[in-house]
Design a binder for this molecule. Structure first.
Ligand code: UTP
Length: 290
């Protein structure tokens, strides 16, 4: 079945980014002049998904406003002959069909995904975390959709991380499985969420991109609080593996965790060094810091 729906959970509290997230969603943190979530929606659209559902919550109005039309601003820009800016603004409203649903309380990622059940229905769907940006030649989500279509099952994106960092991720225990793809595909046995580095069964880390079969909703309903007493999507995936094969794909691309301070700073520097308007000045400036 063709995958057309993307779910973008963006209802978390962003406590690692306090105090700014007290009054601003972390998904709206700008990478130069564009909020993180814009890149996430772009990736979904570039992967061929034309029905986008953003999961929001209290204090996330800015996300909805961002993808909405802004007639007053457009009128002002027209009056001041700033047509190029109007084109830029129109891009944010014409990206795709964007819908919103609110997660009543931030009870964890599985609960955020569960709120999408009615919208998604009985089809496979994509999940892109609103605070993960992935720079890739072929959109990461497109890579996952290709793998999912081939195996007719759920697929999660994984990357190998240094052992000392695996405690921030789900450590994926999986066996390589053959497939006509440029990178490694694995069949997942189970995932251990945020293990101590010395106890992690693998350094294959689950990151914020997934294609799920609709059976994930049942698995979520059977998920109980796990690490940090929070609902963990790794536990829902472990339940799903008991009834169907779930795959992992070592995608090509560079991932930035915008919800983490260092990840955010790295994204800004890398994007600035690729931005035609500022790249030369930024490179020159960075040289002076040596
Ligand atoms: P994180 O765990 O990174 O986000 O969730 P958080 O809880 O907002 O951040 P910290 O750890 O307190 O700083 C990953 C993604 O899942 C969404 C978040 O918005 C983020 O995009 N999420 C998380 C929800 O939508 N609802 C939740 O209840 C939790």
């Amino acid at each position: 079945m063709k995958i057309t729906k993307a779910v973008i959970p963006a209802a978390g509290l962003g406590t690692r980014f306090l105090p700014v997230t007290k009054s601003m969603p972390k998904e709206m943190l700008p990478i130069i002049d564009t909020p993180a979530i814009h890149y996430v929606v772009n990736e979904a659209v570039a992967a061929g998904l034309d029905d986008i559902l953003i999961i929001t919550g209290r204090g996330k109005r800015a996300v909805e406003d961002y993808f909405d039309a802004s007639p007053e601003l457009e009128m002002y820009l027209k009056k001041h002959h700033k047509e190029d800016m109007i084109t830029l603004l129109k891009e944010t409203t014409s990206l795709s069909d964007v819908h919103y649903i609110r997660q009543k309380e931030p009870k964890g990622l599985p609960d955020a995904i569960r709120t999408a059940e009615r919208h998604v229905g009985n089809e496979p769907f994509a999940v892109l975390l609103g605070d993960d940006i992935i720079h890739a030649e072929t959109p990461c989500m497109k890579q996952l959709i290709d793998v999912s279509t081939h195996f007719n099952g759920s697929v999660i994106a994984v990357q190998d991380v240094p052992r000392e960092k695996i405690n921030r991720y789900g450590s994926v225990v999986a066996t390589k499985t053959p497939g006509p793809f440029p990178n490694d595909v694995y069949k997942i046995d189970h995932i251990i969420e945020k293990p101590k580095p010395e106890e992690a069964p693998s350094t294959l880390a689950a990151i914020g991109r997934y294609v799920f079969t609709p059976e994930i909703f049942d698995s979520i309903k059977h998920t109980t609080p796990g690490v940090n007493n929070e609902l963990q999507i790794a536990d829902s995936i472990n339940i799903l593996t008991q009834t169907q094969s779930v795959y992992a794909y070592a995608f090509s691309g560079r991932r930035y965790d915008i919800g983490d301070k260092l990840g955010y700073i790295q994204a800004i520097i890398d994007f600035a060094l690729h931005n035609d308007e500022v790249k030369e000045d930024v490179a020159r400036y960075l040289q002076t810091l040596r």
